[in-house]
Design a protein around this ligand. Structure first.
Ligand code: FES
Ligand SMILES: [Fe+2]
Length: 362
């Protein structure tokens, strides 16, 4: 595809991509599962919204807004009773759906509801869906869909740029040679899995590869396996290897204040049976973490100082343009409020109407 012919559309500023006030409705990681014990409640801030997360007696995780609908006490100060949460202040109690089930000084509870959010656990992490009902399954690597995985947590860090910008590094074809001194040429083919997930797959078999690639070349036949599956533009699942030997690293990211990115890396592999299978997986996960760390180290200086602005796209940036256009079609929410983000004109009209209402009420 001639990227220059796309320049007209690329000069239109993207609304979702690299926007410090927006993220895509979807599943986002909260905390590692092991950090939340039975009947424990914790305070978390995810994508600007203050929440509490607790684990009931039935081991299920509940995620709800942080402040009590009675008088605003922080519910992380409260106590888990069975599968319900009791506020510390006046002891009102809310069930796992957020419904108020007890007000000690009244015979009957009031028909009020604490806002709860869909939650799930996978890959050793707790996840939250940032809308009313999950529209997608939890993020997965296409070749591991429906498979149980062993995982190992890698480093967690904050990058000084938007998760979208960190994410596109994995499809920045030029930098594999310039920064990582690896493949001299890489051409991706894109496959849209659904509205929120897109995969880029390397199709190149180059004979001008780096020393490292040449060294391992006798051991495999097909092009180097390198692919990345993006979910909501914020979670990137990289698959790397040759022929049948593949390793997988997840870069689970969330937008922080001022357009920064919180990144949790996670090595993953499909579960294997028996003690040998377990041992094999531990070794591969350890190897995967080393490879993942190697890539991060080389890129980190760039992310801490970049002011991303793709002013001059060339053909090698084609996958980045495709990533941006995929992101622009997804449902944007506002950081902190988790309300639907709309274009400035609509927001402006809405605000104006609100002001009119307020005036007429006077
Ligand atoms: S503030 Fe929670 S019960 Fe009163
Ligand atoms: Fe990189």
């Amino acid at each position: 595809m001639n990227v220059n012919s796309q320049n007209a559309s690329s000069t239109r500023k993207p609304k979702n991509f690299n926007n410090p006030e927006r993220f895509i409705e979807g599943w986002y990681w909260v905390i590692p599962s092991k950090n939340l014990g039975l009947c424990e409640v914790k305070s978390v801030t995810i994508l600007g919204r203050e929440l509490v997360v607790y684990r009931g007696q039935d081991k299920r995780v509940v995620i709800c807004d942080a402040y009590c609908p009675h008088m605003g006490a922080h519910l992380a100060e409260g106590n888990v009773e069975g599968n319900e949460l009791r506020c510390l202040f006046h002891h009102w109690k809310f069930d796992a759906k957020g419904i108020c089930v007890d007000i000690p000084c009244l015979d009957e509870p009031l028909p009020i509801k604490l806002k709860t959010w869909p939650s799930a656990e996978k890959y050793g992490m707790i996840w939250v869906w940032t809308g009313e009902f999950p529209q997608q399954p939890l993020p997965f690597v296409p070749e591991l869909e429906h498979k149980d995985c062993d995982v190992a947590f890698g480093p967690r860090f904050v990058m000084n740029c938007h998760p979208n910008v960190v994410g596109i590094n994995a499809i920045d074809a030029q930098h594999f040679n310039t920064v990582h001194k690896l493949l001299s040429e890489i051409i991706f083919e894109k496959q849209e899995l659904n509205e929120n997930a897109i995969t880029f797959i390397n199709t190149t078999y180059s004979d001008q590869d780096s020393f490292l690639i040449k060294l391992i070349r006798p051991f495999y036949k097909n092009p180097v396996t390198y692919s990345i599956c993006y979910w909501y533009g914020s979670i990137g699942m990289v698959t790397l290897g040759f022929d049948l030997f593949h390793i997988h690293v997840m870069f689970a990211m969330r937008l922080l204040e001022e357009g920064k990115a919180k990144v949790q890396t996670l090595a993953m592999i499909k579960k294997r049976k028996g003690i040998l299978g377990w041992l094999y997986n531990r070794i591969v996960l350890w190897l995967t973490k080393i490879v993942g760390n190697h890539f991060i180290k080389a890129d980190i200086r760039i992310f801490q100082t970049i002011k991303f602005d793709l002013k001059t796209p060339i053909k090698a940036d084609q996958s980045i343009m495709q990533f941006i256009s995929h992101l622009e079609k997804q449902k944007p929410l506002m950081w902190k409020t988790w309300k639907l983000a709309r274009s400035r004109d609509i927001e402006f009209t809405e605000n104006r109407d609100k002001w009119r209402d307020a005036l007429s009420n006077d």
